[in-house]
Structures are given as C-alpha cells and as structure tokens.
Ligand binder design. Structure first.
Ligand code: SF4
Length: 389
C-alpha cells in the first residue's frame, strides 16, 4: 500500500468463504497475517479471493467476474489473539520431548472429525468400535469413551440409541445381518420393469473448461446402464465422451437405448438426479427424458440404510462396503481405474493434457470397465435381495 503497509489476499478454490470445522478460511488468513507480522511487516488489510458460483463461462475467462474479493480485515482482527494462542499451543506441543502416542483427544469426537492418524494414536480401539455407529452424536461418543466402552459389544443394553443404531449394535453382537425382508420386498415390488441400473462419471474443475459451465459444476462425461427385463434378460449400454464438450450425443444415445420406460436404479441417487437437473439447464431439448428419469429413480442404497444392516458394512451403506459382503466374487481391485476420483483424473488428463502419453484405447477401456462394474454390481446386489423372498 502507499503508506508502506501490506494487504494480504488469501486465495481459495471454493465458491464462498467457509467457516465450518474443516475449512476455517478466516483462521487460515489470520495465520498468514501472523506470519507477516512476526516477520516485521505491518498488515493493514486482509481479503479472501474465492470463485463466483454464478459465473458462466462465455468465451475467454473474465477474471474479475470469475473471482470475488471479500474484505475480512475485521473478522481476522476479532480472532487474532485466539489464533495466536492456538499457534503457541501447537508449537509448545511439537517441542515436547515426549508425547503420549497411545491416545488422542479425537477419541471424544465422531468419525468424520478424525484425521488419518487416528488409528496410529488409538491402537487399542477395537474393530467394530463405537465410532462406526451411523450418525452417533459426539455427546454419546463422549459418554461411552468416558466409561472405556469403545467396542460396540460393550455398549450397555439400556444405552439410548435410535432404531437404526440399535439394529447395527444388534448385528455386531449377534455377528449376523439383520434384515427386514417384508420391507425390502415392498420397496422392490414398487419398481417397474425394465429396470435401468445407471451410473454417471463426472468431471468438475474450479475454472470452467468450456462455454456454459460454472465453477465446480459437474460435467457428465460417462454413463453405464445395465437394463434388466422382467424375464431376466440383461443388456448393457455405455458411452464415454472423447472431448470436453456438452454430452449431447451421449444423451441422445442413452435416450434411444432406454426410452422413457421402467425404473432407473442408482446408488446414492441424489447425485445422478442432481446431474440430470444440470443437464436440463444446459440442454433443454432433453428436459422430458431427464425429468422422466428423475421422477422414476429408485435409490438402491436406501435398502442398506434401514432394512439390511450388516455389521461387516462397518456402519456404512456405500456400495464399496456392501458389495464385498453380498457379492464377494465381484471386485474392483483388478481394475486399473477403480474409483470415481481416479476416473475423473484419468479422463481429465486424457482429453486435456497435450502431453498425455498413455495409450488412448487402453485408457478408454479402463474407464469403461470401471463404470460397467458399478452398474453390474447393482444388478448383482438387486439379485441377492430378490432371492431373499
Ligand atoms: S485424530 Fe488426528 S486430529 Fe484428532 S487429535 Fe488425533 S491426531 Fe489430532
């Protein structure tokens, strides 16, 4: 600044200033102010630069429309002394000659708050621990941890838990799954054939890559559909974009394959439904078809939230936890692309990186194999469920 003081800009890739437990953007900027101040500079203003989620790329990127600059000087000043105290406490801690490596304070927090080192610092915590109980509150974790009741089997029978949590505890104690077969049948009987088991892969980037996109909007670049008819015939459809572009041909081919028939089945369906809403906005010519899909989608994961609880899922209803228990013969481990993040990264490099030097056909096959397995896995899980009754 002209008066010799400094103005800090903290750059974030988010579309707003986040102050939740995991992000703490104001604290981050405050730390930068502390560093400069300790180095002898006078900081008179602190700002955060983040993305503007309303920005839609049209032609060249317009930086001052893509980015928003927010003055947070007062917010930083308000927390400055408490952040300095935390910095001092952290440096005192790392300067200790010896630290207790057998336990850490996150023992009193729920699993989503644990860092990757939790297992290292808490080696005594057993398999099937209280931290796996679905949606358990920090207060209940604290009560159990205080009493050293860290294994699910140690939870007293009169300890207050909701119905799903109690079912999970029962499953661990009995070492077997607990199923509500009439409910499973009732849910699956509502589905109308043909059943289209569907999965998308998507690409998102902070800076929109082509016209019409906004920061962090997911572009659907791949789809796999296994269609099961009432007489048991299974057919497969797949499509993978070759370039970073709107998936017009993909949607047309999808529509030709499934038409507006039957029920679409996906896992954690809110994701596919959200992508269809984006596609309706960008490609309104597919509104009727995509609206049909959204209105006739069944989320197979819901069965594993309340009607099929198995202690071996470790409190999760993710397909990656359910599949190995229900269909141990089907595995992702042999695939070169074996998770969604890898698929996004691989496809992004293949279509954007001019120095991409892997074989395109092999890379395409790896991507197609991964997405195909995702929908085949749903078919196999569906078959396990229908064989229960
Ligand atoms: S879980 Fe990680 S962040 Fe939490 S106290 Fe333990 S080591 Fe620290």
């Amino acid at each position: 600044m002209s008066d010799g003081t400094w103005h800090i800009y903290e750059v974030k890739s988010s579309t707003s200033i986040k102050t939740d437990r995991k992000h703490r953007h104001i604290d981050d900027a405050c730390f930068q102010k502390y560093v400069l101040t300790e180095c002898g500079y006078v900081v008179s203003k602190v700002s955060i630069i983040h993305l503007n989620k309303e920005y839609i790329k049209q032609g060249n990127i317009v930086a001052n429309e893509l980015l928003e600059i927010v003055d947070i000087t007062d917010a930083v000043d308000n927390i400055y002394s408490s952040v300095v105290n935390q910095i001092n406490a952290a440096s005192n801690f790392i300067n200790n000659e010896v630290i207790n490596e057998t336990v850490c304070s996150c023992r009193y927090k729920t699993r989503s708050n644990h860092c990757d080192a939790f297992g290292y610092f808490n080696k005594a915590i057993p398999e099937y621990s209280i931290y796996e109980i679905g949606r358990i509150s920090a207060k209940k974790v604290g009560l159990l941890a205080d009493n050293e009741q860290l294994a699910i089997i140690d939870i007293p029978t009169d300890f207050e838990l909701n119905v799903n949590q109690q079912t999970q505890v029962e499953s661990v104690k009995q070492e077997q799954p607990i199923l509500n077969i009439p409910n499973i049948k009732r849910e699956l009987d509502k589905l109308k054939f043909p059943l289209h088991f569907i999965d998308y892969e998507t690409y998102a980037s902070a800076i929109p890559r082509f016209d019409g996109l906004s920061p962090h909007k997911h572009l659907t670049f791949q789809v796999s559909i296994h269609t099961l008819t009432e007489n048991g015939t299974l057919t497969h459809f797949e499509y993978l974009l070759d370039d970073m572009q709107m998936p017009i041909d993909m949607l047309q081919a999808m529509q030709d394959f499934t038409r507006s028939t039957g029920t679409f089945v996906s896992w954690h369906a809110s994701f596919e439904i959200g992508r269809n809403k984006d596609l309706i906005e960008w490609l309104p010519q597919f509104t009727n078809y995509l609206t049909y899909i959204n209105e006739h989608t069944f989320d197979l994961e819901t069965i594993f939230k309340k009607d099929y609880i198995d202690y071996r899922f470790h409190g999760s209803s993710s397909i990656k936890k359910v599949l190995p228990v229900l269909c141990p013969d089907i595995t992702y481990s042999d695939l070169d692309v074996n998770n969604g993040t890898m698929a996004l990264d691989t496809w992004g490099r293949m279509v954007l990186d001019p120095n991409f030097n892997e074989d395109i056909e092999t890379t395409r096959k790896n991507l197609l194999d991964y997405c195909e397995l995702d929908t085949l896995a749903m078919v196999k899980i569906y078959e396990v469920l229908t064989n229960l009754y």
